[in-house]
Write a protein that binds this ligand. Structure first.
Ligand SMILES: CC(C)(COP(=O)(O)OP(=O)(O)OC[C@H]1O[C@@H](n2cnc3c(N)ncnc32)[C@H](O)[C@@H]1OP(=O)(O)O)[C@@H](O)C(=O)NCCC(=O)NCCS
Length: 181
């Protein structure tokens, strides 16, 4: 099934996701490894942001990751900067509920997202950016078949030190050839 796998289902974001998304967005432990601009957000800012996502644009698609067993939202994954001419997009994932880390949810969510990107949208390439210290995410992306494409040296300043940003990508025929399809 396109948006469902053993542990999760994925659906579009709704305005009643604002509160939970607000919690994730203000959780420094989640955002430390994901957001290039750490900050706190007030609820009005989050409402605006969620409305922006819901109204949507042709260049992005965001999905809330739901735990099927408890029927609760646990994270968000998106295709952004969708470029229909060159058939490319960038993907992002944040599992906001930390108790769900390391249980295979990231693997399932990205598998659904990449199945959609490659087998339905017929994209040619999906790329991503990841902070060099985020070993867990890098391992996950490699396991899914993403290849290292480049490094932006010292382009993140976090906690008083410079870090690289790693660029990775996967092509449609690499995904079809893998176990993900
Ligand atoms: C990075 C992130 C998306 C990874 O998702 P995750 O669900 O924790 O990842 P997974 O569980 O699928 O894989 C992570 C580990 O769990 C293991 N795992 C996979 N399936 C498993 C299962 N069914 N049971 C137990 N462990 C499992 C994997 O082997 C993997 O171990 P490894 O890192 O040693 O290879 C998630 O931790 C997160 O959202 N972190 C905060 C934000 C962030 O960093 N986002 C990415 C920004 S680029």
């Amino acid at each position: 099934m396109m948006f469902e796998s053993p542990k999760i289902m994925m659906r579009k974001m709704r305005s009643d996701d604002t509160e939970i998304y607000h919690v994730w967005r203000n959780d420094m432990e989640v955002m430390h490894s994901s957001n290039p601009f750490l900050d706190t957000y007030d609820i009005e800012e989050t409402k605006d942001f969620v409305n922006h996502i819901i109204l949507g644009s042709s260049s992005s698609k965001s999905y809330i990751i739901m735990d099927k067993e408890s029927d609760t939202p646990i994270g968000i994954t998106s295709l952004i900067n969708i470029d229909y001419k060159n058939r490319q997009a960038e993907c992002i994932i944040d599992i906001g509920e930390k108790s769900y880390w390391g249980k295979g949810i990231g693997t399932e969510a990205l598998t659904l997202l990449l199945n959609y990107a490659f087998l339905e949208m017929n994209l040619h390439r999906v790329s991503l950016r990841v902070f060099s210290f985020n070993d867990k995410a890098i391992n996950l992306y490699k396991r899914l078949g993403f290849k290292h494409e480049g490094t932006s040296r010292q382009s993140l300043y976090r906690n008083g030190a410079w870090h690289d940003i790693i660029h990775m990508g996967i092509l449609q025929d690499e995904w079809n050839a893998g176990s993900g399809s």
